[in-house]
Design a protein around this ligand. Structure first.
Ligand code: AHR
Length: 482
């Protein structure tokens, strides 16, 4: 039984949970969203076909430039005339960086995509002065050096970049300039101060880990200084059930992070604290892992199957259900690098994981409502960590309360599940439904056969009070309420 109570609103779903991330890594930027001289690009170098595919994803926020890359990135290398910018060797991914795509190009892309920029500052090899200078370059209105440089580069009106990160994964030894928690907290606090003094409107993201040994000191020292604490989560397994149940790792990270927030802010419910959680990197990523640094071309080019798409849908469900504390999430990454969109110099491919992202972005409401699903579970020994239900469900409501959105993943590998759907306190009107599925759980899209796994509108009715959720599928519904 799926029991939905539209009158019990859990909270408001921030659109920023449908955010994305792009990094200078592999062919995400160069050869992905930006391909100067390509017949598929516009005069500025943006790939038009890629932009169109990104527009369907409609991310409300886009994080850049890293990732690990940012910990060695000096933003001044990437502004001014493109031909005069220095080429550098990037020690995060062992790649040559031309710097032809920099701050103005990123913000130009955001404008085309109609998305809010989220710039992660360099807390590795960067200084606090550099971070403040970057804020002035983007947002400054004064008659001073960096704001004037932006003006000279053709942008008289400030970009007003709203979101700024205080470094990336600074806790990790793989990070350029990695620090322990105390040292990071001190540096982040000083970065935050000068960035906010430069523009009081910025919203800052402190680097979190999802473990108390790091998060407690960071939250303590950053109390009142950052609007968000970030966490990252990558999951995945070649075993089908482990893969489609892998969201339990994200659940654990959120539980631990909320516990740290409760402790530091001395609140019973983490949602009462003024700091929110930004899951600013998440995805399935396990195949193209291992020798990323030294692999030649196409780094982190993960080919996604149907099981990955189902897993991705359950992550978005979780963010919707946790909307009181998770107010930003950024899929890592958007193009070519562990991404829903792949390109070649001549073409583009939408991978399986593209579809749940589009379905949930366009068929969800702003208000998360209570939904309970009773039913059988994937046994613990097959699911991996904990037993997980075959049906994973999220429900939301339109602002005016007249439309209900129901999203259901049937994780069962072989069986359709016929389930009663009960909507308490409302009479149901017209139903529209869309279904993502494919011939088998490991089916993938290829450039030769691009729509093996895809979503389509299906005939649906809840007239009999039951619905058949096909094996290994993701279904979203829009139901008129009376
Ligand atoms: O998204 C790929 C990498 O994963 C990012 O650069 C880093 O932040 C994370 O470890």
């Amino acid at each position: 039984m799926i029991a939905i109570r539209p009158e019990v609103v859990i909270g408001r779903i921030e659109p920023n949970i449908y955010g994305m991330f792009i990094e200078h890594l592999g062919r995400c930027i160069y050869g992905g969203i930006f391909d100067e001289g390509s017949p598929l690009s516009d005069a500025e170098g943006y790939r038009k076909d890629v932009l169109k595919a990104c527009q369907r994803l409609a991310p409300p926020v886009l994080r850049w430039p890293g990732g690990n890359f940012v910990s060695g990135y000096h933003w001044q290398d990437g502004v001014g005339p493109r031909d005069k910018r220095p080429r550098r060797f990037d020690l995060a991914w062992f790649e040559e960086e031309s710097n032809r795509f920099g701050t103005d190009e990123f913000l130009g892309f955001c404008r085309r995509l109609n998305t809010q920029p989220y710039i992660c500052a360099n807390a590795g090899s960067g200084t606090i002065e550099e971070a403040a200078g970057w804020v002035e370059y983007c947002n400054g209105w004064t008659n001073t050096h960096y704001a004037n440089r932006r003006r000279r580069h053709g942008n008289s009106v400030p970009f007003n970049v709203p979101y700024w990160g205080l470094g990336n994964e600074v806790y990790g030894s793989w990070q350029i300039g990695h620090l322990d928690a105390e040292d990071y907290a001190k540096k982040a606090l000083e970065m935050a101060k000068v960035m906010r003094w430069t523009d009081p409107n910025v919203r800052l993201v402190a680097c979190g880990l999802g473990r108390e040994e790091w998060d407690l000191p960071v939250l303590e020292r950053m109390r009142g200084q950052a609007e968000y604490l970030s966490v990252h989560c990558y999951v995945g397994s070649p075993d089908y059930y482990r893969n489609v149940c892998a969201v339990s790792a994200m659940e654990e990270i959120l539980e631990r992070t909320k516990a740290s927030i409760r402790q530091v802010y001395e609140v019973e419910d983490a949602a009462q604290a003024p700091v929110k959680i930004a899951v600013d990197e998440w995805n399935v990523w396990y195949r193209a892992r291992g020798n990323e640094r030294f692999a030649a071309a196409d780094k982190l080019r993960e080919v996604y199957d149907l099981s990955d798409a189902l897993c991705v849908a359950t992550f978005v469900h979780l963010f919707q259900r946790e909307c009181r504390t998770v107010t930003m999430a950024n899929l890592a990454q958007m193009v070519n690098v562990i991404a829903p969109i792949l390109t070649t110099p001549e073409s583009i491919l939408l991978q399986s994981i593209y579809y749940p992202l589009v379905l949930l972005r366009h068929h969800s409401g702003p208000l998360a409502v209570q939904v309970e699903a009773e039913g059988d579970c994937v046994p613990e020994e097959r699911a991996g960590a904990v037993a997980c239900p075959y049906l994973d469900v999220a429900a939301s409501l339109s602002e005016d309360g007249r439309k209900l959105y129901l999203s259901v993943v049937n994780r069962h590998q072989t069986e359709d599940i016929e389930e009663p759907v009960q909507v308490k306190g409302a009479a149901l009107g017209d139903v529209r439904a869309w279904e993502l599925n494919g011939p088998d759980v490991h089916a993938v899209n290829t450039f030769e056969c691009p729509e093996v796994v895809s979503a389509r509108e299906v005939q649906a009715s809840l007239g009999q009070g039951v619905y058949v959720f096909p094996a290994h599928s993701h279904t979203v519904m829009e139901v008129a309420l009376h």
